[in-house]
Design a protein around this ligand. Structure first.
Ligand code: TXA
Ligand code: MG
Length: 351
């Protein structure tokens, strides 16, 4: 299949400029598009065949449900059997934006979209291209991240082209995304709203609106406990992973630098190509084949924005092993560490 690549500037959106993309969605085809979090791979959420195509293009296990993207709060009534009051309160505060809510699904939503679950994940993205695409197509768009299953989520159109070119109808190139990590997922079907995936919207931010919020135990766990099963099926996979083995080293700055340099020198002696994920504060202190910085340790937003691209860059450099510094897991840091730990298969060395 030839994949059409269409460049669009989010700030210069003309009415009708997404008509071709909208027509593809209406005909049950697939269109990758930018959101503020990561690029999504969109198809008609209410059509089983379109959902099947999404799973096939990504190579995604079919028990891993999709998020439905809407452009108006009113659409909630269509796709949810019952909309909890908290959903309206949270939508009022955080939509459009990087928050996904889980609620009971309506009959209109096929099990092919929800991975067989009776609940459905819904979000209203804030990216203007995404919103206009939903409106112009009149389609509720199911959109997982637009990467091949198991690869880091795409934060630029180039990443989507790498993974999905030739497999889908169109890729809309709207430039680099703003946030860089997937949306926060909050489950509203449990007694206390529960975060199933941390993201830009933090527990504290949610609690200001709906009171106490829990966090799924598998998120705060520092190791993969076989007895704990995450409630978001997608969170159980070794996700976001670069091809090389990644190890996180945690401790005081100097101890971390020394330990990583020690590991790196051993590995280079064995003939391995070694990558290091550094910060601006430590960048010049490492001796390895390929050292890249995520930016200042004090700038979580920049770290979040650049993390997946760096993991892909290391794939391109074909490094054999990667060492990364750890980050404080408070606020946005919790989402950063959650993704980094998964990429590392929970391999952490404390010094
Ligand atoms: O920021 C995002 O959310 C991006 C952009 C494209 O919107 N999308 C995204 O989709 O990250 P995906 O498919 O990569 O991740 C969806 C996550 C998976 O972990 C899945 O298990 C969980 O949402 N999920 C979806 N429906 C669910 C449900 N009914 N119950 C529990 N978890 C659900
Ligand atoms: Mg994903």
């Amino acid at each position: 299949m030839d994949t059409i690549i269409k460049k669009i500037n989010e700030e210069e959106l003309e009415p009708g400029c997404l008509q071709d993309a909208a027509a593809i969605l209406q005909k049950k085809g697939l269109v990758a598009f930018p959101t503020e979090t990561v690029y999504g791979l969109g198809g008609d959420a209410l059509d089983t065949e379109a959902a099947k195509k999404i799973y096939a293009a990504k190579g995604r296990p079919s028990d891993n449900p999709l998020i439905i993207h809407i452009a108006d709060v009113d659409s909630l009534k269509d796709i949810a059997e019952e909309v909890p009051e908290q959903a309206y309160q949270l939508a009022d505060k955080f939509w459009p934006g990087p928050l996904t809510m889980i609620m009971p699904k309506s009959n209109k939503v096929p099990y092919g979209t929800t991975g067989g679950l009776n609940t459905v994940a819904i979000r209203m993205p804030s990216n203007k291209i995404a919103l206009q695409l939903i409106r112009e197509s009149g389609v509720c768009i199911a959109a997982p991240s637009a990467n091949l299953s198991g690869r880091p989520s795409p934060t630029k159109a180039e990443h989507v082209i790498e993974d999905l070119s030739g497999k889908i109808d169109m890729i809309i190139d709207g430039g680099a995304v703003g946030i860089g990590l997937e949306s926060t997922i909050v489950d509203l079907t449990s007694e206390v709203p529960t975060i199933l995936r941390p993201g830009y919207i933090t527990k504290e931010m949610l609690e200001e609106v709906v009171g106490t919020v829990d966090i799924d135990k598998t998120i705060t766990a520092k190791s993969m406990d076989p007895n704990l099963k995450p409630k978001a099926p997608g969170m159980k996979y070794k996700h976001y992973a670069p091809k090389a083995d990644l190890t996180i080293v945690e401790g005081t700055e100097q101890a971390v630098v020394d330990k990583i340099n020690e590991f790196a020198s051993q590995k280079m002696e064995q003939g391995c190509l070694v990558g290091v994920i550094a910060t601006d504060e430590t960048f010049s202190k490492y001796k390895a084949n390929c050292v890249m910085t995520l930016g200042s340790r004090n700038d979580n937003e920049q770290i979040a924005r650049g993390l997946y691209a760096i993991l892909r860059d290391f794939d391109e450099q074909q490094v054999d092993v990667i060492y990364s510094e750890g980050f404080a897991d408070t606020n946005l840091g919790q989402a950063i560490m959650n993704r980094l730990l998964k990429a590392a298969g929970y391999h952490v060395v404390e010094v």
